[in-house]
Design a protein around this ligand. Structure first.
Ligand SMILES: [Zn+2]
Length: 449
């Protein structure tokens, strides 16, 4: 912000930018939604999900009180309830499929993603997905009988998604938001993989996916210095990168500028505007060592996705049979979940989703022109067909800087030349801005002739 003001002092051109930024700084409706997120509702959802005893993907599907089927039907009924309250504003569905035998699936098993879709008003094709996995496991992933409360992993993420659906279904957004809860995560990311695959087959325009997995903020870590922040993991080099793209990257850099990393920066930037006491801690890696999550099947199919997870994990309360051993209690039970923490994580998601879905689409075909040697940098992109686009911003940073440091509004144009700023010396990006100052995530340009 400071740097923008400085630039504005040098150029009359960017005065409108400054005004637009100030206006975008605080959207009162978004602030209202942030306040509506309720830790109490989240607690009630987590306790309800735990009450089904186990939500192992291989557990009972037709018992109304125990097993994954009971959890599936309860989540569905919650989405339906919100849908009635908003006058049928969403499409609520059970997406079932038969998972063939797999590593952790001994027999073909029906899996059901439970999904509520809030269709966008002006740009319904553009879609953002927010997800949590509703399955759970005890020590053995294929033990369908043991108690597997899964309060943190991942009733917390599921409860956050349910609460987001409740709050956001009362509003309208330009783009579409999908509230998704999936099974089969512990069986190998199966529910998410099914959704991502059908999304790819249908050529859905999913511009961002968030998986919320283990967002309970374990109470055993309450004195941790990281108490007031949540991790957002993003890959640097795209999981689906082609050999040609890899060659370009080796040659001129960009290993820190995947679309998913731009999304993570966006989540942080937006969240910082609204939350004073809770921060996003970006992790420049796809996931933790030896672990995976539901963002990965999306990444592998070329979608932009990040993982959201508490900072301090307590492994005595993850994937454990509920028991006391040598005086130590093991088990993922609700007394180790800090519901206020989960509510803050839900708020981070809400801020990012609402900002994305209200902002214009990202500019497409953003290129950095390399046809001649020059110390100017020429950027070009396609005109955004979003009726809402008012202008574009060029952003840049030092090649060693982790986040964008500078921005300049360049007007409603599709090409811009940064004079005496060599593309060899900075990283550049472009984002779209609407008339209210809402901004898209940044697009990192590819070399173009
Ligand atoms: Zn999990």
């Amino acid at each position: 912000m400071k740097k923008t003001i400085l630039l504005c002092a040098l150029s009359l051109l960017c005065v409108p930018t400054f005004i637009a930024q100030r206006r975008a700084q605080t959207d009162p409706e978004l602030q209202k939604m942030v306040r509506e997120v309720s830790a109490r509702n989240i607690e009630a959802s987590i306790r309800k999900l735990v009450s089904f005893g186990t939500r192992n993907t291989l557990s009972e599907q037709d018992n109304p009180t125990r097993g994954i089927g009971a959890a599936r039907d309860w989540i569905f009924s919650e989405f339906e309830r919100f849908n009635r309250e908003c006058g049928g504003c969403m499409v609520v569905e059970k997406q079932s499929f038969t998972q063939p035998k797999a590593n952790r699936v001994p027999e073909p098993t029906v899996l059901t993603n439970v999904i509520a879709t809030l269709r966008g008003t002006t740009d319904p094709g553009r879609t953002y997905v927010v997800s949590g996995h509703y399955d759970s496991m005890c020590t053995s992933p294929t033990d369908a009988k043991c108690d597997a409360p899964g309060a943190n992993d991942d009733a917390s993420g599921t409860a956050a998604v349910i609460e987001l659906a409740r709050v956001m279904s009362k509003r309208k957004f330009d783009a579409t938001i999908v509230f998704m809860t999936v099974p089969g995560e512990e069986q190998g990311l199966l529910g998410a993989a099914h959704y991502a695959e059908q999304a790819k087959q249908k050529a859905m325009d999913i511009e961002g996916m968030f998986t919320n997995d283990i967002v309970g903020g374990v109470t055993t870590k309450k004195n941790s210095p990281h108490r007031n922040r949540v991790r957002v993991f993003s890959e640097g080099v795209p999981s689906n990168e082609t050999e040609q793209q890899a060659n370009t990257r080796r040659s001129v850099g960009g290993e820190n500028d995947s679309a998913s990393r731009q999304l993570a920066r966006y989540v942080k930037e937006q969240s910082d505007k609204y939350l004073k006491d809770f921060k996003v801690w970006m992790m420049y890696r796809r996931d933790r060592y030896g672990r995976g999550g539901d963002h990965i099947p999306f990444l592998e199919r070329g979608f932009t996705a990040v993982r959201i997870t508490e900072v301090d994990e307590d492994y005595t309360h993850q994937h454990q049979n509920v028991r006391t051993e040598n005086g130590v209690f093991y088990g993922d039970t609700p007394e180790f979940v800090d519901f206020a923490y989960t509510a803050n994580v839900a708020r981070v998601n809400l801020i990012a989703l609402a900002s994305l879905a209200n902002a214009p689409a990202k500019p497409r075909n953003v290129g950095i022109v390399t046809s001649r040697l020059t110390n100017d940098t020429e950027l070009k992109w396609d005109a955004n067909d979003d009726a809402d686009v008012a202008s574009y911003e060029v952003v840049w940073r030092d090649t060693t800087a982790p986040e964008w440091t500078n921005s300049m509004n360049v007007g409603n144009v599709t090409t811009y030349i940064a004079k005496d700023m060599s593309k060899d010396n900075y990283f550049f990006g472009v984002r779209a801005v609407d008339s209210n100052g809402n901004k898209s995530p940044v697009v990192y340009p590819r070399p173009m002739r």
